[in-house]
Design a protein around this ligand. Structure first.
Ligand code: FES
Length: 203
């Protein structure tokens, strides 16, 4: 460094101070600009979190045989109050089903992998989208309402898939698997929480 370079006038001092401020401000802008994509990238995940949030369904007023439809994650979900006759039909149709024990393809949480595919046999919860191409099946609980030996169940009019009242698919249906059971739990007997796994519930 030369002697001349080392000598600083008051005017030089002021220029250097202004330059330092300008550099700091520019750095801040660059940093803010770099942060924008990061903030923007948070937004969709926040939105996704809200869309995937658990929902609560009060089933206290559901009468035996009644079906209630709610929406979770943009999908229709059925809650069916099964009658004793409906529950006994689950046993009598077993030999006509593709996967009566839901073991070939798991379409339910572990706590719903049982003969009624439910936590509480009287209250059945399932995503009501046909596993063929995603149509919403029809609730046809009356025996004989679809065909002569129809025991009652869910019928998909799109291509004729049939499901029993536990969402198990009948052999010969185009739908390859049983209906999907979403993660859920019951609180206080009649309050259903869909999207919150029963396995996570406090003991
Ligand atoms: S979508 Fe249900 S049978 Fe095809």
């Amino acid at each position: 460094m030369s002697t001349i370079d080392a000598v600083q006038s008051p005017a030089d001092e002021e220029r250097r101070r202004l330059l330092a401020h300008a550099t700091a401000a520019a750095g801040g802008l660059v940093l803010a600009g770099a942060s924008l994509p990061f903030v923007a990238s948070l937004r969709p995940s926040e939105r996704a979190k809200a869309q995937g949030a658990p929902i609560e369904v009060d089933t206290a007023m559901l009468r035996p045989g009644e079906l209630k439809t709610v929406e979770w994650r943009g999908k229709p979900v059925w809650v069916l109050a099964r009658t004793p006759a409906m529950l006994s039909s689950l046993e009598s149709v077993r030999s006509h089903l593709t996967d009566p024990n839901s073991t070939v393809v798991s379409q339910q949480p572990e706590y719903a992998r049982n003969p009624t595919r439910s936590i509480n046999p009287e209250l059945f919860v399932t995503i009501s989208l046909c596993t063929h191409l995603g149509c919403v099946p029809t609730y046809a609980p009356e025996p004989g309402s679809i065909e002569g030996d129809w025991p009652g169940g869910f019928y998909c009019p799109c291509h004729g898939s049939k499901f029993d009242l536990a969402g198990r698919v009948y052999r010969g249906s185009p739908a390859p698997t049983n209906l999907v059971i979403p993660p859920h739990q019951w609180r206080g007997g009649s309050l259903l929480v869909i999207g919150y796994d029963a396995a996570d519930a406090p003991a």
